[in-house]
Design a protein around this ligand. Structure first.
Ligand code: GDG
Length: 481
C-alpha cells in the first residue's frame, strides 16, 4: 500500500514572508477546514499552490519555503501571475464557478482562460506524476482541477485516482452551454471514483455524461472500454468534536475576547434581544445582498421586532480581483449603510457588519452567542457553516434557518428550510425562529447534533477512500488484461 496524495488548488497553509522569515498560516475555507483532520492524521502528501506567485517568491528563499511546507506534509506547485490570472481568476472563477452555481449571466467563455486552465492542470498533473508511484492513491479536489484525473491517468494507467467536487454539478441544460463541455467530462472520467455532495449533483453529472459523450451509464457506473467508473454522493461533514469542544471550553474558561465582551454587553443592555448570525465568504452565490433586503422586509412586515433583533453579518473577503465580487462588495456596503442609516435609533443598530476573516475563537464566540443562524445561499455545494453552528450549541438551543439551495439542507431537515428568493416566507420564518419555544429548539437540535456527530469529516474522508480502494480493486482485472 502506497501513500495518499491529496491535490487541491490551494495548500492548507498560507505562506507569509517578512524580514526573511517564513510563516505558514492555516487557510480559511471549506476544504482546508474539512480535510485538516485527515491530512494531519496519516502518511500523506498534499500538493497545491502556496498562494505566492513566482514573482512574489524571493529566489533566495525557495529552499526555505520547501522546508517550511514539508513540515506540514505539503509540496508546492509554482505558478506565475499570468497563470493565476487565467486559470484561477479566469476559467475557475469567471467561467466554472458562476456556471456551476447557475449564474449564467456572470459566466464568461474566454478561449484564453480555457487554454491557461488546461496548461495549469497539466502542470499539476506533471507534478503528481513525478511525486507518485503506481501503488499510491491520488485524491484530486474540486473545480479548479477537473482535467487532472485524465492527465495523470495517461501516464499512470494503474494508479488509483479519486475526484471530489465541492461545488454543485449543474443540470445538463446549464452544463451543455460550456464550449469545452466534452473535455471537462473526459478529464473527470480519468478517475476511478467521482464524488459529489448530493445525489442530485451525481444525477446531473451522469445525465451529462450520457447525453454529451453517449457513454453507457448503469445506476451509478459509467462504462468505458477498459474501465468502469463509479459515481457516488458523499455529503461532507465537519470536525464535530473540534467545534463542540471549543464551544464547551468557551463556556467554562471565563476569559472573554473583546468580541465576546461586546456580545455580552449587548445582551445585558438589551435583555431579550435576539442575535441573528450569518457567516459566508463574500460571494454572490451566498445570497448576502438578498438576505439584507429580506431583513429589511421582515422589519417592515413585523415592526414590533425593531430594537428587538440584530443581524450580524460576517463576510469573509474572497476573490476580490474578480469584478463581480467588487460590485457585490459595493452593493453590500451600500445596503448596510442605507438600512442602518434609516432604521438605527440611539439604542439600536439593526446590522453589525464585519468584512474580514476572524480567528477561530471569535467564530466560536459568534456561533455560541447567536440565537439564530440565518444562511441563505442561492446555490451552495454543501455549506459547512450550517453544520458548525449546530455543533457549537452545547445546551442544544438555537435555531437554524437554512436555504433549500444548500447541499446541507438534504441532511438537515430539522432546520427551518426556506427559499432564499421568497421574502414573505423568510419574514414569517424569522418570526417563527424568534418565538420558537426552547423545548422545540432542543428537540430539533438533538437530532441534528446526533447526525452531525456520526457523519463527521473523518467518516466522510474514510468513506470516500474506502470506496476508492474498492473501485480500484474491481478495475484491476481490466488493467491486467
Ligand atoms: C466550498 C463550497 C462546501 C468562514 N469564515 C471564517 C471561517 N470560516 C470557515 C467556516 C467554514 C468555512 O470557512 C466555509 O465553508 P462553507 O462550506 O460554508 O463555504 P465555502 O468556503 O464556499 O466552501 C461549499 C465547501 O467548499 C466544502 O466542500 O460546503 O458549498 O462552496 O468551515 O468555519 N473560519 C475562520 N474565520 C472566519 O472568519 N477561522
Amino acid at each position: 500500500m502506497g501513500k495518499t496524495i491529496i491535490i487541491s488548488n490551494r495548500l492548507p497553509v498560507q505562506l507569509q514572508i517578512s524580514n526573511g522569515t517564513i510563516d505558514a498560516i492555516p487557510s480559511v475555507g471549506g476544504l482546508a477546514t474539512g480535510m485538516k483532520s485527515v491530512h494531519s492524521g496519516g502518511e500523506s502528501l498534499w500538493v497545491g499552490w502556496s498562494g505566492l506567485t513566482d514573482e512574489e517568491t524571493p529566489a533566495a528563499l525557495e529552499n526555505e519555503i520547501d522546508v517550511a511546507l514539508k513540515k506540514h506534509g505539503c509540496a508546492k506547485i509554482k505558478l506565475t501571475e499570468k497563470e493565476i490570472e487565467g486559470f484561477y481568476f479566469g476559467f475557475s472563477n469567471r467561467t466554472v464557478w458562476p456556471l456551476f452555481h447557475y449564474f449564467s449571466e456572470y459566466t464568461e467563455f474566454e478561449l484564453e482562460f480555457w487554454n491557461t486552465y488546461k496548461a495549469v492542470n497539466q502542470k499539476f498533473a506533471d507534478a503528481i506524476i513525478e511525486k507518485s508511484h503506481d501503488n499510491d492513491t491520488i485524491w484530486v479536489h474540486d473545480y479548479q482541477l477537473m482535467l487532472v484525473p485524465q492527465m495523470v491517468r495517461e501516464k499512470r494507467p494503474n494508479t488509483s485516482i479519486g475526484f471530489f467536487l465541492h461545488i454543485p454539478f449543474p443540470s445538463y441544460e446549464i452544463f451543455r452551454t460550456l464550449p469545452w463541455r466534452e473535455e471537462v467530462l473526459e478529464g473527470l472520467l480519468g478517475s476511478d471514483l467521482i464524488g459529489f455532495h448530493t445525489y442530485d449533483y451525481e444525477r446531473h453529472f451522469l445525465s451529462s455524461v450520457r447525453r454529451l459523450l453517449g457513454l453507457d451509464v448503469s445506476f451509478n457506473d459509467v462504462y468505458l472500454e477498459n474501465r468502469v467508473i463509479k459515481v457516488d454522493s458523499f455529503p461532507m461533514g465537519i470536525d464535530y468534536k473540534k467545534f463542540a469542544s471549543a464551544a464547551k471550553k468557551h463556556d467554562s474558561n471565563g476569559k472573554d475576547s473583546d468580541l465576546q465582551i461586546k456580545l455580552n454587553s449587548h445582551k445585558q443592555s438589551a435583555p431579550g434581544t435576539k442575535l441573528i448570525l450569518s457567516i459566508d465568504r463574500l460571494d454572490y452565490s451566498k445570497g448576502i445582498a438578498k438576505r439584507i433586503n429580506a431583513f429589511e422586509y421582515f422589519l417592515n412586515k413585523y415592526p414590533e421586532y425593531k430594537e428587538k433583533v440584530r443581524l450580524i453579518i460576517l463576510a469573509v473577503p474572497s476573490r476580490s480581483n474578480v469584478p463581480q465580487y467588487q460590485l457585490l462588495k459595493r452593493e453590500i456596503d451600500e445596503l448596510v449603510g442605507r438600512i442602518n442609516g434609516e432604521l438605527s435609533t440611539v439604542n439600536w443598530t439593526p446590522i453589525w457588519y464585519f468584512y474580514r476573516s476572524l480567528p477561530f475563537e471569535n467564530l466560536i464566540d459568534l456561533y455560541t452567542s447567536s440565537d439564530i443562524a440565518w444562511l441563505t445561499p442561492l446555490r451552495d455545494g454543501m455549506n459547512l457553516v450550517a453544520k458548525e453552528y449546530i455543533a457549537t450549541r452545547t445546551d442544544k438551543t438555537g435555531v437554524l434557518i437554512l436555504s433549500e439551495m444548500a447541499g446541507s439542507a438534504n441532511e438537515m431537515n430539522e432546520a427551518l428550510l426556506i427559499n432564499p428568493n421568497n421574502f414573505e416566507e423568510q419574514a414569517d420564518t424569522l418570526k417563527t425562529a424568534i418565538t420558537m419555544p426552547e423545548e422545540e429548539q432542543i428537540s430539533r437540535n438533538t437530532f441534528l447534533q446526533k447526525r452531525l456527530e456520526r457523519y463527521n469529516v473523518e467518516v466522510w474522508a474514510n468513506e470516500f477512500m474506502g470506496a476508492l480502494n474498492r473501485k480500484s480493486e474491481e478495475n484491476e482485472p481490466f488493467i491486467s488484461q
